[in-house]
Design a binder for this molecule. Structure first.
Ligand SMILES: [Fe+2]
Length: 191
């Protein structure tokens, strides 16, 4: 597939890209996702079908449902932080939105579809989890370091890093939309 069609795929997957006010950053985010799709064994439509994590058996929520939820939580959190504490702890909302949209872009290089039609971790994914491949893709597209920091530090590896406020917000938004699934009693729909 040629790149313009893939850019359209990304715009369909991610209406939230339009929330990014800085046009340069908006373009860099769009380019990063487009590049990831070009190189991925997954297709755009797979992201509306595959579970968002391999760590929960029979996970009922798709990759895109989870990722978009995290972006929405992160933006609202950033706005509330600015409203009440921005005087002392200013939050860059554009960086939060961009970082949340890009946090899992590396999963396009971490996953593959196995012979049973289900997603699984690829050999590359085992060597380089998605925070690492995500940063590599984003840097290639000119994404600035403060946003790459959010990608790098969003998951458990980031516990070893001194996170920025923006990275804390995305990390907690991501885990808020993940950890409840680990208690099976919380999950009402099994499939
Ligand atoms: Fe992640």
């Amino acid at each position: 597939m040629e790149i313009p069609a893939m850019r359209e795929d990304v715009n369909r997957l991610w209406p939230e890209i339009q929330w990014i006010q800085n046009s340069k950053l908006r373009e860099q985010v769009l380019q990063t996702w487009t590049k990831a799709l070009e190189r991925s064994p997954l297709k755009a439509e797979d992201l509306n079908k595959i579970p968002f994590t391999l760590l929960i058996p029979n996970c009922p929520i798709t990759f895109m449902e989870h990722k978009r939820c995290v972006v929405h939580i992160a933006r609202k959190s950033a706005e509330s932080m600015n409203e009440f504490m921005g005087r002392a702890l200013p939050v860059n909302v554009d960086a939060v939105i961009a970082g949340a949209i890009l946090a899992d872009v590396g999963k396009l290089l971490e996953y593959e579809i196995g012979p049973d039609g289900r997603s699984r971790q690829s050999e590359r994914g085992e060597a380089l989890r998605h925070p690492f491949t995500g940063v590599a893709l984003a840097l290639e597209c000119g994404v600035p370091d403060d946003v790459c920091h959010i990608i790098a530090a969003h998951a458990a590896e980031g516990d070893q890093v001194k996170r920025t406020t923006e990275a804390y917000i995305v990390h907690h938004a991501d885990f808020m939309a993940y950890l409840p699934f680990k208690n099976p009693k919380n999950v009402k729909v099994k499939d």
